[in-house]
Ligand binder design. Sequence first.
Ligand code: FMN
Length: 272
Amino acid sequence: MKLLILYYSGTGNTEFACTVAKIVAEKVGHQVAMKTYAEAGEISLGGYDAYCFAAPLQAWQPTKNVERFLKSMPPLNGKACFLITSSGGMPSQAPALMARWLSRKGMAVLGHCDLPSPHSWPVSRRFLHGLDFKWPKVERIRGLAAFTERMLVLEEEFIAGRHVELAEFQVRPTPLFFMSRFERLPRGLPDFVMGRKKVRKDECTRCGVCEENCPMWAITLDPYPVFSRKCTACWRCVNLCPEDCITTTISRRFQYKGLPDREGLLEKAGLR
Ligand SMILES: Cc1cc2nc3c(=O)[nH]c(=O)nc-3n(C[C@H](O)[C@H](O)[C@H](O)COP(=O)(O)O)c2cc1C
């Protein structure tokens, strides 16, 4: 099969989860393309047999850029896909929302797996997890590998026209769900959620990493980073700044620079 894995990753955990899926799929002989949603415009989306859509969690839902992509992508009628999320341990309604948007594009959604990685969010890094790297757990990585194997078998059955039991996803109108949808509306909320962002101008080299990597195109260099109201408080600029010169009142020293030993983790999980 030709499998397309589409993902967005703010700090690298979702990308890591997709790498696990890619390794598993390649091991069993499938051809895999792994692209970010931003790169998806360069390829013909319909030219694949099987699909995996991946997203990090933000405020109990997939990040806003992923939501925009899934809602605006062309239909993929009659194709099957599976979902991967990376969260702080509360994927909540995100898989159900993704499944809803994808089924509106004519897709069958076979299943979902989450890889919890709570340490990458400066808030939980500061107040819950500290600076250690106990996540993602090796057994959860193995679980994701086993899930991917199962999904690939189901994808093959689906393509062969055999009966496949689809996973059940239902968006439930819970108070948390409404709260999370509401969370995006008020302007100025990012400042409330993450503290007001400050740029240390004496240390900023105006390298443009923040501007290039903002998933909401909310940063411009003028001549130093300026943040517009499109910011959704994803912390990506804070985490990615090579000089650590974008700070907020709660982020200092708690920037997350990605998993330090991805290869070691893959080895421990038996994937290398
Ligand atoms: C602004 C923000 C909001 C988040 N909200 C949630 C959440 O509601 N539930 C959850 O389980 N994790 C939440 N997280 C944690 C991330 O989903 C988690 O760190 C994930 O591994 C990030 O993936 P990435 O490295 O691919 O960006 C949040 C993280 C950020 C930065």
